[in-house]
Design a protein around this ligand. Structure first.
Ligand code: ADP
Length: 394
């Protein structure tokens, strides 16, 4: 649309410039004619020649006057003039003069008072071409500019569409690949649990240890797969939320339970202080559990030494607040907004000891937004981080 508007404005300006040029030309042509008529009227000798029918003398005089004033007013174009008194009396080009229509826009006329009110006409047969040529450079540059803009816009739209298609293909590929990981993950999880069952096989300390590692890693990988799948499904709008009145405390407890293996293996300290007297919110249980899970996962991942985490809830102004506090690596203030962006990870130089896709907090933010909840981060480098989410109570 913007391009079309630019296009029409440009065309309008070209026509406007042409009409200004024409007006200017008309003014100059009228002045040249007026000056010639004035000089002719005051020249008794020339008037006498015309009246006596001495055509050659008359045309020479008129010719020289026109030539002179054309030069003065800088009109460099062929012209035809006619001196008329009912019939054509004199002209510098009889053939052209008779074939031209006097009513045309390129004709200027004035009566010569000293010549018994004869009419002197000045005609420019190539006026239109002259005006177009005069505005040649600006006309050509305008047209060129229009074509450049059209070409560049076409290129931009084309590469945008190409990029969009590529991005869609990449997302499709990642989604399919991650989806394929789900079945083996479930099977590994089941096998790990079987190994841990006391009555299935003879339990040694080693078997128990390795089974715990398998289950722990399986749980971690499962969460990451869910993260990628959940994010792309949310973006495509394929995952509508199912809102129901639900107890936030139950959700938190479930999330904590699913982390029991991870906390056990890292001897993490995970405390909860669920002090809110009204824990009821309207929300989607599965997604809310994932939100709490993501925050807990980060608190463990970005710990310094043994993780030390506190989950609290409290009521304030018809709202329930959930806070997840850790004493880990912390986040510099300049990254506080960016951590919620898709794929963003706080730069750590060459060290990449903590793995992740940079999707977790983006997902958390999206889900909190869909619940009309607020999310805040309070963090200081090397001191720790607290995420606070505020839901409306029901
Ligand atoms: P991921 O953990 O997969 O990298 P997230 O979206 O969950 O992605 O987090 C984005 C970034 O925010 C992380 O890379 C990390 O640098 C920082 N971050 C998130 N939570 C914490 C936390 N509790 N402590 C310190 N840094 C954190």
């Amino acid at each position: 649309m913007a391009l079309l508007i630019v296009f029409f404005i440009q065309i309008k300006w070209i026509f406007r410039a042409a009409s200004i040029k024409e007006e200017l030309f008309n003014e100059k042509a009228k002045i040249v004619l007026a000056k010639t008529v004035e000089a002719l009227s005051s020249d008794k000798d020339a008037c006498g020649s015309v009246n006596a029918g001495m055509e050659k003398k008359a045309t020479d005089k008129i010719d020289s006057l026109f030539d002179y004033y054309m030069k003065v007013y800088n009109i460099k174009i062929d012209y035809v003039y006619e001196l008329k008194h009912g019939f054509l009396l004199a002209s510098n080009n009889i053939e052209t003069a008779t074939s031209l229509l006097p009513t045309q826009q390129r004709c200027y006329k004035q009566n010569v008072s000293g010549l018994d009110n004869m009419e002197l006409r000045l005609i420019f047969p190539d006026k239109v071409q002259y005006i177009v040529a005069e505005m040649g450079t600006s006309f050509i540059s305008s047209v060129l500019l229009i074509f450049i803009v059209l070409f560049l816009s076409w290129q931009t739209i084309f590469s945008l569409l190409k990029e969009k298609r590529l991005a869609e293909q990449t997302t499709d590929f990642i989604t399919n690949m991650t989806h394929e990981l789900k079945t083996p993950l479930t099977n590994i999880g089941l096998a790990g649990k079987m190994l841990l069952r006391e009555n299935t096989i003879v339990q040694t300390e080693k078997v128990r240890h390795y089974s715990t590692i398998i289950l722990d890693e399986n749980e971690k990988l499962g969460r990451q797969v869910d993260e990628v799948l959940g994010m792309s499904a949310l973006e495509r709008g394929e995952m509508p939320l199912r809102f129901e009145t639900t107890n936030l405390h139950t959700i938190i407890e479930e999330a904590i339970r699913s982390f029991s293996l991870a906390t056990e293996s890292q001897q993490a300290k995970l405390m909860s202080d669920l002090a809110a007297s009204n824990p009821m919110v309207s929300g989607d249980r599965t997604h809310l559990k994932h939100v709490v899970g993501n925050l807990l996962d980060n608190a463990i991942k970005y710990a310094q030494g043994t993780p030390d985490i506190l989950i609290r809830t409290y009521n304030k102004d018809d709202q329930i607040f959930l806070s997840v506090q850790d004493h880990g690596l912390g986040i510099e203030k300049k990254f506080h907004k960016k951590i919620f962006e898709k794929f963003f990870r706080v730069p750590t130089g060459d060290r990449h000891d903590v793995k992740g896709f940079g999707l977790g907090l983006c997902y958390v933010k999206k889900i909190t937004e869909l619940h009309n909840a607020s999310i805040e981060v309070d963090s200081e480098k090397n001191k720790g981080t607290t995420f606070i989410i505020g839901f409306a109570n029901v």
